[in-house]
Design a protein around this ligand. Structure first.
Ligand code: ASP
Length: 322
């Protein structure tokens, strides 16, 4: 019995070593829990192109959208822990823990962290012909027209949901929300005039703001964003302490061998130093995290802190999903 156990353990260690040694030997998939063409998708595509170069295998992006970005991570958490199924998700992975009564998995215990990626500012934008001219007017307008104004988001658990929730709490006004599978499709509808306004990452809104296709009001960071210098902060418009930054991370299923995680973390770190990624990030209003943050330990620590930070805020807002 004891011998059999030892033999089984030895076989497991040996197979893990073999797996790690010739890893990767086929295509790696990064699941994005939102629709293609949106901000999370943009970050994933930039990272995957660079990781493809350093890993020597193609890294593809797969969009598994729905339920505010909770379906994708759940699917990856349940997949084989062999390093070929990863998920790139943002701050929403920490808020969903408190927002959902039955999340169906735990990002803390069912996923293996690889590293943090970037912290992206958000922007308040509206359809081009939306009447308010600046952030102060926007606040007054939505308060006065709360029954007809519509706010687009990517579902309960999305960053756009979180930003909208904080905004509505701050101005003490409930608005009609229109959920999409991602803010890529929400942006299309916003530009088409089907919805009024939204709060979304600069990785999606910068080209539309610069191209004059949407009306931009403010950034959600405490300081202005270099690539959009004319845009005031929400705090400048009078909402004290308003700050939302959309941090992104990369995970594998729990149980993925450490040598595999280490290879992926090294490839992520290389991507975050890759000039093509750095330049594109800067154009889109963001920058890579420092190298020592693109590590499993840093992401594990950050996720835990964020789960703890948002739990009481969400409880107070009283928003739940099933
Ligand atoms: N920006 C979206 C969000 O609200 C997600 C996306 O479409 O990438 O979280």
């Amino acid at each position: 019995m004891f011998r059999t156990l030892i033999a089984a353990l030895a076989a497991l260690v040996a197979s893990t070593a073999v797996l790690a040694q010739d890893y990767p030997n086929r295509t790696i998939s990064i699941t994005v829990p939102f629709a293609a063409g949106g901000p999370t998708d943009t970050v994933a595509r930039l990272i995957s192109q660079s990781m493809t170069k350093s890993l020597g295998q193609t890294v593809i992006v797969e969009n598994v959208a729905g339920a505010g970005g909770t379906i994708g991570p759940k699917k990856v958490a349940a997949s084989k822990p062999d390093g070929y199924n990863l998920v790139l998700m943002h701050i929403g992975i920490s808020t969903s823990v408190s927002l959902y009564r039955n999340l169906g998995y735990s990002p803390v215990t069912d996923l293996e962290p690889i590293g943090l990626i970037t912290d992206v500012p958000m922007t308040f934008i509206a359809r081009k012909d939306f009447p308010p001219k600046d952030m102060k007017e926007l606040i007054a307008y939505v308060k006065a027209n709360k029954d007809k104004v519509t706010y687009a988001n990517a579902g309960v658990g999305a960053a756009s949901h979180l930003c909208g929730m904080l905004f509505m709490t701050a101005i003490q006004t409930d608005l009609t929300t229109v959920p999409y599978k991602g803010t890529g499709p929400a942006m299309t509808d916003l530009m088409g005039g089907q919805v009024d306004f939204m709060c979304d990452q600069t990785t999606n809104t910068t080209p539309q703001i610069k191209g004059g296709k949407v009306k931009a009001y403010a950034v959600t960071t405490s300081t202005r964003v270099k690539s959009l210098p004319d845009l005031p902060t929400v705090q400048e418009a009078g909402i004290k302490d308003f700050h939302v930054g959309v941090w992104h991370g990369l995970w594998a299923p729990k149980g993925t061998p450490k040598p595999v995680i280490d290879k992926l973390a090294a490839a992520l770190q290389a991507a975050l130093k890759d000039p093509s990624v750095v330049t594109k990030f800067a154009e889109l209003g963001t920058e890579p995290v420092p190298q020592d943050q693109a590590t499993p330990a840093a992401l594990a620590k950050h996720l835990k802190a964020e789960v703890d930070k948002w739990a009481p805020i969400i409880k107070k807002a009283g928003i739940y999903a099933d």
